[in-house]
Ligand binder design. Sequence first.
Ligand SMILES: Cc1cc2nc3c(=O)[nH]c(=O)nc-3n(C[C@H](O)[C@H](O)[C@H](O)COP(=O)(O)O)c2cc1C
Length: 163
Amino acid sequence: MSEQAVAFDSATYRQTMGNFATGVVVVTGLVADQPIGFAAQSFVSLSLDPPLVAFSPAKSSSSWPKIRESGHFGINILGEDQRDVCVGMAQSGADKFANVQWQSGLTGAPKLQGVLAFIECSIEDEHDAGDHTIVVGRVQDCTRADSDSAPLLYFRSAYGSFV
Ligand SMILES: Cc1cc2nc3c(=O)[nH]c(=O)nc-3n(C[C@H](O)[C@H](O)[C@H](O)COP(=O)(O)O)c2cc1C
């Protein structure tokens, strides 16, 4: 596919895709008792029966290979007041949990304090997809959580909220 000529450049592609507004999650895992996580907007609910969700980690992600080892992951849906959490979780190599309160869920995956909802999954499958992979998770537990806040949204490279 990448060898075919296309009529647009990479910047145009990014800017075009940025018109799709999404919520933001933090994908978490517990590895050797250490919390691991990264921000993602590629989360999607896939199937009700069985309950399946998916998200797409970049192949360059340093966190996902560690989380994968644990066999489970958590999806933390962020509220509009958690922009700083998102920014921190989007910085590769940082001490991402230094200022974040969390507790382990059923599978061990970290649930961040103050999230709108928390979904815990076992890893069902992973599919190759260009410079990303598509991870399918089977939901093991889910809770509407601590906050009634509006969701944190991402649109055209900027954060916003639902009015
Ligand atoms: C709003 C937002 C959405 C993001 N969505 C994704 C995503 O869906 N998949 C992904 O791999 N990275 C996504 N990222 C980028 C990662 O959070 C970022 O590359 C992070 O540094 C990866 O950290 P790691 O190296 O610890 O895995 C997103 C970043 C932001 C700010």
